[in-house]
Design a protein around this ligand. Structure first.
Ligand code: ADE
Length: 429
């Protein structure tokens, strides 16, 4: 059960849709918490040790039931935390309400918020003068670096859990503007092997199904990008009986996709074949004008990459004679040829726009990494240099051990003889 941290505080500042949704949110947060045993253990230790006491923290995450469990753990650990949405469509309004009402955590997030509101919330997060930023896509850190340099002296560091955010942080470091440590949560093994692959795989199909209610069996599904998220989407689409085509720009990933049993071809060839397209590249305009024009009538486009830049929607709009909402999160773009192209979730993360994001069981490990990443930043304050740092291997391994334990699964340990063998080079044939 999720412990209420403090009594309801009507004075808790917020910008959310509807406080009266709190009871539903509380119930759903508790439901997710049942599948988050590792984070629960971190929270219980944080309650005793208060490692985040005195720390001002701004978290920019998808406001979901899973994030709520993270926010509660951070608050229990002593952080003075505020939470904003990391995407205009991913907020679960009942969760936002419960965090404000039941936990006294200031939340600034509304499902469907416009870009201006989103940016206002980013600035509210920075007005909190955070010492630690938990970022999801790196918008808060980028705004700090670009516009609020006077606050750099407050910063202990940031943690980042998306591939997109890590790419941005690397670019900031290269340009000499990342002047504080950033913990690379995304590349922890207990994060990307599970969250990116199985989380994105399942929740992407969940979003497509909830938005459209179509049968996936027998469809040609084109997965654009074969990183960890693409691998998950392709794997699960095949599991549902789809014929999966993969497009890639990286030759090694392309071979991997071939040897995993998928057809691989350039987008130019895949565009006329696909019934459903799923973009997961982190890059811009991977589906664009030359592809729209050769697609089948009724082809569906969905994105599961962090930002809504992967499908060139502005051009699709320009090319179209009309745009009609035909179901929730489902828009039909009619082309002058009479063909239509269906865009799901406005080209934003379909798994969070039309479904509920990754299931709690994988977010358990991702968010244990986030919480422990914050603790690590504090413990290593003054020691960690500016730039990206991995989650320590011991932390990653411990999260995996706790997860296995919670699943009731035991594994073997090396015998002393095996340890000695692994540490020597003298024996061989
Ligand atoms: N990213 C993907 N799925 C998520 C979830 N359920 N909660 C928070 N962030 C997510």
């Amino acid at each position: 059960m999720v412990a209420s941290v403090i009594k309801p505080t009507p004075n808790t500042d917020h910008d959310i849709k509807d406080l009266s949704l709190a009871p539903l949110g509380k119930q759903r947060i508790e439901w997710a918490g049942r599948e988050m045993p590792v984070l629960r253990q971190v929270r219980d230790r944080f309650a005793q040790e208060k490692p985040l006491a005195g720390i001002r923290l701004a978290a920019c995450c998808h406001v979901t039931t899973e994030t709520a469990n993270l926010a509660i753990a951070l608050k229990v650990g002593g952080a003075d935390a505020v939470l904003i949405a990391s995407n205009p469509l991913s907020t679960q309004d009942d969760v936002a309400a419960s965090l404000v009402v039941d936990q006294g955590i200031p939340v600034y997030a509304k499902k469907g918020e416009d870009a201006e509101t989103y940016l206002r919330h980013v600035n509210i997060a920075l007005d909190h003068r955070p010492n630690i930023i938990i970022d999801d896509g790196s918008d808060v850190v980028a705004t700090l670096v670009k516009e609020r340099q006077d606050q750099l002296s407050d910063i202990i560091g940031t943690t980042e859990e998306t591939t997109t955010g890590i790419v941005r942080l690397r670019a900031m470091f290269k340009d000499g503007v990342l002047t504080f440590p950033a913990i690379n949560v995304n590349d922890a093994d207990t994060k990307h092997f599970f969250d990116n692959r199985y989380g994105t795989g399942q929740s992407t199909l969940d979003g497509i199904i909830r938005a459209t209610n179509i049968l996936l069996a027998g469809k040609n599904i084109v997965v654009v990008g074969y990183g960890w998220c693409g691998k998950g989407a392709a794997l699960r689409a095949r599991g549902m009986g789809a014929n999966v085509i993969v497009t890639e720009v990286d030759p090694i990933r392309a071979i991997e996709a071939v040897m995993d049993g998928f057809r691989v071809m350039p987008m130019e060839q895949a565009a006329p074949l696909g019934d459903i397209f799923i973009t997961v590249t982190g890059n811009k305009h991977v589906i664009r004008a030359e592809h729209f024009t050769v697609m089948k009538d009724g082809a569906m486009l969905a994105n599961s990459g962090h930002f809504d830049i992967e499908i060139d929607l502005a051009t699709l709009k320009d090319l179209s004679t009309s745009v009609t909402t035909v179901r929730n999160f489902t828009e039909e773009y009619r082309l002058p040829s009479g063909k239509s192209i269906i865009v799901l979730g406005e080209g934003r993360l379909i798994n969070l726009a039309a479904a509920e994001g990754h299931p709690a069981s994988v977010m358990d490990m991702s968010f244990a990494n986030q919480a422990l990443g914050c603790e690590y930043l504090i413990k290593q304050r003054g020691v960690l240099t500016p730039g990206l740092h991995p989650i320590p291997t011991e932390v990653d391994q411990e999260i995996a051990r706790l997860k296995l334990q919670s699943m009731g699964i035991g594994i073997d340990t090396l015998t002393p003889e095996q340890v000695e063998y692994m540490n020597s080079w003298t024996s061989g044939t």
